[in-house]
Ligand binder design. Sequence first.
Ligand SMILES: [Zn+2]
Length: 212
Amino acid sequence: MSDKKLVALTFDDGPTIGITDQVLDVLGENEIVASFFLIGQQITEETGYLVKRAHDMGCSVENHSRTHQSMPTLSRQEILNEIQYTTELIEEITGEKPEFFRPPYIDYDQKMYDLIDLGFIAGYGCEDWVPSVTAKERIERVLHDANPGFIILLHDMEDNVNTVEAIKTIIPELKKQGYEFVTIRDLFRLSGISPQKNAIYMGANEVRKNYQ
Ligand SMILES: [Zn+2]
């Protein structure tokens, strides 16, 4: 166990031109790293530079499916295709395979656990995909949930400027409270925890046990 107060900031649904750039700018200004769970079909010739930039900054780049469907209803082959497509594109750009997966909508079942050989991640969200949730509300919710080892779930999706605004406060505030921002990979590694099969994580020390 680490006696440090670690936190992993994670972003879903990118890469998104105009938003992911700004998120990376804020990370750079604060000299921290984060993790990006990418939608495969959004990784294109136009957006590939964002994937490369995140990787070059020391961020980890992970898998969030190809098409962002709820996956329990898909066939075994469709599930495998969803994962493989995104993993291959990420490896092509960064030279590294993803180690973690976040199920779209946090919808998952035993079949997915059996088929997908990646660590499953959930985390603490703040409804930041809802445009009417203000930056201030996002900040308050994330700071309220803060605990050592926790995973923050945000979205670098299109037009999500409120989240770009929110992290400008969330990051320095958590730093002030003694938190250290690490990638999802380092969160587990530095905590001395190996992600287990048949589990989805809210934080390094916290498993979410039940299917949704
Ligand atoms: Zn998503």
